[in-house]
Design a protein around this ligand. Structure first.
Ligand SMILES: [Zn+2]
Length: 259
């Protein structure tokens, strides 16, 4: 079993290598590259270089796809564009040797939850065909959502995994915002047969409808997470707070102390 801590964010292409070296020195062994506002690594040569450095330093890379994704849009063009954004991440992710491409699957809109599920499931199946055809290596990882009106309950993600064999991202800050409790037991039971867990964790501000914004992660929140983690899995914990490096180092030190 391994637990890797690491931040969301690698920085720009120019700083990527030196940031990886800094993360390594801090003991961090994961990093999620944020393409949330656009896929900013474009050249194959750059991506391969970053991927090789990460591998050399023992840092596992993942990608967060752009926010502008709705696989359940009633507008076909928007659905196709959403799929393309995710697939572009898979292409760059292959060069980077990233393990997973995390994405927010979409909104319920005016559809029923069942219709939304079917549409999103079909979009994932279509993307998987393309991934196979193009020989891309990252796995698709739909993420649990932090808002009650956004697709991505614990069970919806569990069912997607069951029916498409995609991977998944468990964002416990989002789960807290959506359910008003971390639901560690229920969530980890739903995914108990999977050996690898990709987790997002940070502090979060939330209200009735769920997530407002991420905030710094407190020691007590990190301790709660660490004490609930299964002991027989390979786990990546990506911190998405406004201070993701500091909070990842805090998580790592609390984990080491309680080992
Ligand atoms: Zn997240």
């Amino acid at each position: 079993m391994t637990i890797r801590f690491g931040p969301a964010g690698l920085g720009g292409v120019k700083e990527a290598i030196s940031n990886l070296e800094m993360y390594h020195k801090l003991g961090l062994r994961a990093c999620e590259i944020a393409f949330t506002y656009g896929i900013y690594i474009k050249e194959k040569e750059e991506a391969v270089k970053i991927g090789e450095k990460a591998r050399e330093l023992g840092i596992e890379l993942s990608i967060h796809a752009p926010y502008w994704i709705n696989l359940n849009s009633s507008d076909k063009e928007k659905r196709e564009k959403s799929k393309k954004r995710i697939l572009d991440c898979c292409k760059i992710g292959t060069w980077l040797r990233a393990e997973v491409v995390v994405f927010h699957p979409g909104y319920y809109g005016n559809m029923s939850k069942e219709e939304a599920f079917e549409n999103i499931k079909n979009a994932i199946l279509e993307m998987q065909e393309e991934i196979k055809k193009e020989k891309y290596t990252p796995k698709l990882a739909p993420e649990t959502s932090g808002k009650i009106n956004v697709f991505g309950s614990i069970h919806e993600i569990g069912k997607l995994v069951e029916e498409t064999h995609c991977s998944f991202c468990l964002d416990f800050a989002h789960i807290l915002a959506r359910y008003k409790t971390y639901n560690f037991y229920e969530t980890l039971s739903e995914f108990k047969k999977h050996k690898e867990l990709h987790i997002h964790f940070s502090g979060i501000e939330y209200g009735e409808k769920g997530e407002k914004h991420h905030k710094d992660t407190s020691e007590s929140e990190l301790k709660k997470l660490i004490s609930e983690l299964p002991k027989d899995k390979d786990i990546v914990i990506i911190n998405e707070s406004p201070s993701p490096i500091k909070d990842s180092v805090l998580g790592l030190s609390l984990y080491e102390k309680n080992k």
